[in-house]
Write a protein that binds this ligand. Structure first.
Ligand SMILES: O=C(O)CCC(=O)C(=O)O
Ligand SMILES: [Fe+2]
Length: 216
């Protein structure tokens, strides 16, 4: 369960109204303040990415307008002796960017491109920024959306909170990120429906085939 439109008071209130009869003002203020501050970090990362690819002026405003945020809070209990793992299975996120934070209990592991699982020592002042599938698509596969998982091996429950940014509607790859060396690639993404080839001739030809594949 998560809070949609997490950087608006309405988003926090909708969630609180579902959880508590009569809502919960204190909860709303706390999560709203957290979400807004972490969304500033997300926006800084987005800005750096857009600037580094030289597409800030042309694409940043429309990107900003179509961004929404989801906040999810997670609890991982200590596994019973007979249980192998009660964390979360390896996956990539469907988001554009995910920003994670957790209590002092470790467990998050991220897979490097060469297949090694890397773990972290949690710190109250550190946030983990992970690229999601939408950023992989937007960057025409230049930015990897890494597999990650949670493996519980400590004797305390683990609490984490994730702010996930999403692009509403279709993901368009900036023209600058498509060239002969990096032709636009087709990937139908679960949750995103279909990714159109906006820019290439090949894409236009394939569009009807893609639509048929996705049933739209
Ligand atoms: O709890 C964590 O640190 C990771 C959670 C996660 O990967 C997710 O919710 O997608
Ligand atoms: Fe994740």
């Amino acid at each position: 369960m998560g809070i949609d439109n997490a950087i608006t008071l309405e988003g926090a209130e909708d969630f609180a109204d579902t959880m508590w009869p009569g809502g919960n003002d204190h909860f709303c203020k706390t999560v709203l303040s957290y979400s807004i501050q972490i969304s500033e970090l997300e926006k800084m990362v987005v800005r750096m990415v857009f600037e580094s690819y030289g597409v800030y002026d042309q694409h940043h405003d429309s990107h900003k307008e179509s961004t929404t945020y989801l906040l999810r809070m997670m609890k991982y209990r200590v596994p019973e002796k007979t249980e192998a793992n009660v964390g979360c299975d390896a996956h990539t996120d469907k988001s554009f960017i995910t920003v994670l934070h957790q209590n002092e209990v470790s467990g998050l592991e991220v897979k490097s491109k060469d297949g090694q699982w890397m773990s972290f020592t949690p710190s109250p002042s550190s946030f983990i920024v992970i690229a999601g599938d939408a950023l992989l698509a937007w960057s025409n596969e230049r930015i990897n959306a890494p597999f990650h998982r949670v493996v519980m091996s400590e004797s305390e429950p683990r609490y984490s909170v994730g702010l996930f940014s999403f692009i509403k509607g279709m993901i368009e790859v900036p023209e600058k990120l498509v060239d002969e060396k990096n032709p636009l690639r087709f990937k139908p993404f679960e949750n995103f429906g279909l990714l159109r080839y906006f820019l290439t001739e090949e894409g236009r030809e394939k569009e009807s085939a893609i639509k048929a594949y996705c049933g739209v």
